[in-house]
Design a protein around this ligand. Structure first.
Ligand SMILES: [Zn+2]
Length: 313
């Protein structure tokens, strides 16, 4: 496969860390990495990412020495993976600091960076930087939401370097794995035009392709067809996979598709969508990008689906 044939990565994908999925089961190895001066720590506070105090946003990653007391204060720690060689590489850990009441008053944290919502800085980050922060935020969010067993209600504890949780009730002993909720997102065309809609809660002017969560007992293609029918009353066929994007805000993966409409009359479902219309390539190429009409965020697969369609891809 040549470089040009390779599918372009969506933002928040393309991390450089080896997740060490088998080795992280070795608790002694993980403990050694936790106290290894070479290890690096990615703080998360109440779903906000730690960003350097600099003109251009970049992840603020702490050394083991700097993170010392913060590691001890962390309510959860998860091994994100290793950078470089499997034997001598640098370990990266996500550390959950939400128990701190005011991180801006912590002398170490405030000397290095500040906490910000990744969605407010995402488009300004490099690809791997965005992936690192999204991954750390996603795995820690899962821990926060699974502190109790969904089977019996007893507390759960983290295992396997933060990649599973186990129920502490020995009669139950259920194991819970990090979850990712699949959502489909689709570029629906009538051949010449692209269907875009907007929800009332979105930023002013923003229009995007349709999307929705996959339900139990349906295929991805069926979810695409059902969502389009529900939201705008249009039947689609020829549903084809495009690409996917991690979207751990808080816990989704976006699965991108294209689909062809068999009719063009829009019948809106007002609870789902406030407005929808067909747009030509020319209309989208000359989008004013203002409060009357703007395309989705630059770091989203929604934007990429629109741009690829404009380019005829
Ligand atoms: Zn249980």
């Amino acid at each position: 496969m040549s470089e040009s044939d390779r599918p372009r990565l969506n933002f928040y994908a393309g991390g450089r860390l080896d997740r060490a999925g088998l080795r992280r089961r070795d608790q002694e190895w993980v403990e050694r990495l936790l106290s290894d001066p070479q290890s690096r720590f990615v703080p998360v506070w109440r779903q906000q990412s730690f960003i350097l105090q600099a003109e251009m946003p970049a992840p603020a990653v702490l050394s083991a020495e700097t993170a010392g007391d913060l590691i001890r204060a962390a309510s959860e720690i998860a091994l994100l993976g290793l950078e470089g060689d499997a034997e001598t590489g640098t370990a990266y850990f996500a550390i959950e600091l939400s128990s701190l009441e005011a991180p801006e008053t912590d002398p170490i944290l405030s000397s290095v960076g500040r906490f910000a919502d990744i969605r407010s800085v995402g488009p300004l980050l490099g690809q791997q930087e965005g992936q690192l922060l999204a991954y750390a935020r996603g795995i820690l969010h899962w821990h926060n939401r699974h502190r109790f067993c969904g089977v019996c209600g007893a507390p759960t504890v983290s295992e396997e370097a933060g990649h599973q949780r186990r129920c502490t009730n020995s009669a139950c002993n259920a194991v819970h794995f990090p979850r990712t909720d699949p959502a489909v997102i689709m570029a629906v065309t009538d051949g010449e035009r692209l269907l875009l809609g907007r929800q009332a809660s979105w930023p002013p002017g923003m229009h995007s392709v349709l999307a929705g969560f996959v339900e139990p007992g349906e295929s991805l293609e069926e979810a695409v067809a059902r969502e389009v029918k529900e939201e705008v009353g249009i039947v689609v066929e020829d549903v084809r996979y495009h690409s996917s994007q991690p979207w751990p805000f808080p816990s989704s993966i976006m699965l991108g598709f294209s689909a062809r409409a068999t009719s063009t009359e829009i019948r809106l479902s007002p609870e789902e969508i406030a407005q929808a219309a067909w747009y030509t390539r020319e209309q989208l190429r000359t989008s004013p990008e203002n409060e009357t009409f703007r395309l989705p965020r630059r770091d989203s697969i929604a934007r990429r689906l629109v741009e690829d369609w404009i380019k005829g891809e």
